[in-house]
Design a protein around this ligand. Structure first.
Ligand SMILES: [Zn+2]
Length: 286
């Protein structure tokens, strides 16, 4: 994701630009108030400052650059499961879904030539599934767990929220810098460093953990609606946690501990299994 460059070319102290901090703060407040959205399924309020179409364009350009694996059988398998999961995510009831997601046929799905067990979904309808992921996905249910989780990140617009948090942090940094204008360079530097650490630890990291939990919560619903037994989610994450170096790209250092994730999934399982049973009674797929 792009980093926002903050330009600090304000004139020296005691000029009318001392109002700049206030102006920036007010403008950012207006932007924040205008850009809140409720996350499907969880009802959490989130910040969406970035344009979804701009994010889709960036995602599309990055996706085109990724090396493809020559694995027609693997691609057919992932595609078939992805189409069902996407259809489920579009149609999911009770505010869990997003009918504005691109329709299944519009998604571009690729097997990425990379031995790391990994997968991702991008705004605008792209799914990448690394060739190294297949060794951890013996069943179609395992693939449905991963795709449900990844498509849920897109439904929840977590990418947009991350960019927005970066924008908000940058705006806050400008305000801190402005308010310290009369202090020595050393003090300003210390304040900015302290602000940076607080912004990262206080805002960005906890949100990333909540992103993972939300993606798990919605993902398990999508897989159940798509006709895949959600009980497999626990089995899959148990297997995944034993694989050294196996991490989704968005996890970095902020993913919930494997134990926490598995515990939460076990709590969600009865709800997801009810959805699965209803779905199977209507249209058995397995
Ligand atoms: Zn994730």
């Amino acid at each position: 994701m792009q980093r926002i460059k903050v330009q600090r070319n304000q004139p020296p102290r005691k000029t009318p630009s001392s109002n700049n901090a206030l102006r920036v703060a007010l403008l950012s407040l207006v932007a924040l108030l205008c850009a809140c959205r409720t996350v499907p399924g969880t009802g959490r309020s989130q910040l969406n400052l970035a344009s979804e179409s701009a994010l889709s364009e960036q995602a599309s350009a990055a996706f085109a650059q990724m090396p493809r694996a020559n694995d027609p059988a693997g691609l057919t398998r992932v595609k078939a499961i992805a189409l069902r999961v996407i259809a489920a995510a579009r149609a999911a009831p009770k505010g869990y879904g997003d009918p504005s997601l691109p329709p299944p046929a519009a998604w571009e799905i690729a097997i990425i030539k990379d031995d790391t067990p990994n997968a991702f979904a991008m705004p605008g309808g792209k799914i990448g599934f690394n060739s190294g992921m297949f060794r951890l996905t013996p069943t179609d249910e395992d693939i449905a767990v991963i795709l449900g989780h990844e498509v849920a990140h897109v439904v929840c617009r977590h990418g947009n929220e991350r960019v927005s948090q970066g924008i908000a942090a940058a705006v806050g940094a400008v305000a801190v810098d402005q308010s310290m204008r009369d202090q020595s360079a050393e003090k300003r530097k210390q304040a900015m460093a302290a602000y940076g650490a607080a912004a990262t630890l206080g805002v960005i990291l906890p949100f990333s953990r909540s992103h993972e939990s939300e993606a798990d919560q919605l993902g398990i619903v999508y897989m159940a609606l798509a006709g895949y037994n959600p009980a497999q989610s626990v089995t899959f994450w148990q297997r995944f946690s034993k694989e050294p170096g196996a991490r989704m790209p968005e996890f970095l250092s902020t993913h919930p501990s494997d134990q926490t994730r598995i515990q939460k999934l076990q709590q969600l399982l009865p709800m997801a299994q009810k959805i699965y049973a209803e779905q199977q009674a209507k249209a058995p797929t397995r």
